[in-house]
Design a protein around this ligand. Structure first.
Ligand code: SF4
Length: 352
C-alpha cells in the first residue's frame, strides 16, 4: 500500500521532467473542438517544446514548460480547465466511436461540483462504454451496468451520473492512502453492498482498439507536432489515435493497418527522462524507416549508432505490438502480447 500522495501532473501543477515542466491537460471523453486544439497547439509551440503527447487515457501532455501559469490561463479560456480544484481527477475515458460525449460532460460536471471529490487521487479513472471497459477504471459504465475496479459485480443503475458520483464518494471515504479502488481491502464489496440490488454479472470487460483508417488515424509514438491538424476538430482515443471528420488532412498519421508504425510504442526516453540510456524515439524512427530486411537472418539494423543495433525480427514479421524502453523500468509497456526492446547503454536487449 502506498503511503504518499500521487504526483500526477495537471495543466497548472507541472511535473519537473528532465526537459522542463510537463503539463497534462485532461480531455474528458477525448473530444476537442477546433478552437481547443488550436489553443493547445499554440501553447505547445509558444510555451513548450512544440510537440503534444497523447496519453493512454486520451489526455494531452505538453513538455518543456517554464511554469503552468500562462498555460492554465490559456486552457481555462479554451474551456479545457473548467475547475482549478478538480483538474487532476477529471479522468473520464469514453468509447470513442460511441455517441456518449453528453453523458461524459454530465459526469464531468457532477464530479467537479462535489468538493469532497477534489481530493480523489489523480489516478482515479472512470470509463464509459464497452470498448474501454477493460482499461481498469475504478468506476465504469456500460449501459445500466456499473463496473467497480473493472468488474461487473451485478450492480445495475437507472441514473448513471448519480451512481458514479455516489461510488466515487464511497471510494473516497474508504480509500485511506490507496490510489485505486482495486487497492482498497474489500472496497468493491462494500460499494456493491451500498447499491443493494444486484443482478447476475453479465459483462466481461474488454479493450477494443479502433483499427487505423483515414477516419481513425494512429499517431506515431503518440506524439503530434504543433503544426499538425490546424483548425481540426477530433476525438482522442486511449490508443493514441484520433477519430476525425471526413476530409481531415491526416498527413503524417497512421491510416494503413499494415503500416510499420502500427503497434509500435515507446517510453519517453532522452531528453525527457533523466533515467534513459538512449534517445529511444529517435532509435525507433530509425528502425521503422530502415529498409525491411528479407534475408534469412531476420535481422534489422538500426543505422546511425556504433555498433549497429541488431534486433531479431523484421518489421514484416513482427507481432502486433512492439514496445521500446530507455531503461529497465519499461514504462508504458502495453498490456498483452508484446515484444520489448530495452536500452542497455550500447544497444537494446530483446525481451519476449
Ligand atoms: S522506461 Fe526508463 S527511460 Fe523510459 S520513461 Fe521509464 S524511467 Fe524513463
Amino acid at each position: 500500500m502506498r503511503s504518499h500522495p500521487d504526483a500526477c501532473p495537471g495543466a497548472v501543477e507541472l511535473h519537473a521532467a528532465a526537459d522542463g515542466g510537463l503539463a497534462r491537460i485532461r480531455v474528458p471523453g477525448g473530444t476537442l473542438s477546433a478552437a481547443q486544439w488550436d489553443a493547445v497547439r499554440l501553447a505547445a509551440a509558444e510555451l513548450g517544446n512544440g510537440s503534444i503527447e497523447l496519453t493512454s487515457r486520451a489526455n494531452l501532455q505538453i513538455r518543456g514548460l517554464a511554469d503552468g501559469v500562462e498555460l492554465g490561463e490559456r486552457m481555462r479560456a479554451a474551456g479545457l480547465l473548467p475547475s482549478w480544484s478538480h483538474e487532476r481527477i477529471r479522468n473520464i475515458v469514453a468509447a470513442p466511436l460511441d455517441d456518449n460525449q453528453a453523458l461524459v460532460d454530465a459526469l464531468d460536471a457532477a464530479l467537479c461540483a462535489d468538493p469532497v471529490l477534489a481530493s480523489l487521487p489523480g489516478r482515479f479513472l472512470v470509463t464509459v462504454g464497452a470498448s474501454v471497459s477493460g482499461l481498469g477504471g475504478d468506476i465504469g459504465l456500460v449501459g445500466d451496468v456499473l463496473l467497480l475496479a473493472g468488474t461487473d459485480t451485478g450492480v445495475r443503475v437507472s441514473d448513471p451520473v448519480d451512481a458514479v458520483v455516489t461510488a466515487a464518494r464511497l471510494f473516497q471515504s474508504l480509500r485511506g492512502p490507496a490510489w485505486r479502488l482495486s487497492e482498497v481491502d474489500d472496497g468493491v464489496r462494500k460499494i456493491t453492498a451500498h447499491f443493494g440490488t444486484t443482478d447476475a454479472p453479465r459483462l466481461t470487460p474488454a479493450v477494443t482498439p479502433v483499427a487505423p483508417s483515414p477516419l481513425t488515424p494512429g499517431v506515431p509514438l503518440g506524439r503530434l507536432d504543433a503544426s499538425q491538424l490546424p483548425g481540426a476538430a477530433f476525438r482522442l482515443t486511449p490508443w493514441r489515435s484520433l477519430v476525425v471528420p471526413a476530409g481531415t488532412d491526416v498527413t503524417g498519421l497512421i491510416t494503413d493497418p499494415a503500416s510499420p508504425w502500427h503497434g509500435v510504442s515507446a517510453c519517453t526516453g532522452r531528453p525527457g527522462c533523466a533515467k534513459s540510456l538512449s534517445d529511444v524515439r529517435a532509435d525507433v524512427h530509425a528502425w521503422v524507416d530502415a529498409p525491411a530486411q528479407t534475408d534469412a537472418s531476420h535481422h534489422t539494423h538500426v543505422p546511425g549508432r556504433v555498433p549497429p543495433i541488431s534486433i531479431l525480427g523484421t518489421r514484416s514479421d513482427k507481432p502486433g505490438a512492439v514496445h521500446w524502453s530507455g531503461c529497465a523500468r519499461r514504462c508504458g509497456r502495453p498490456a498483452g502480447d508484446v515484444i520489448e526492446f530495452v536500452a542497455t547503454g550500447d544497444g537494446y536487449e530483446e525481451i519476449r
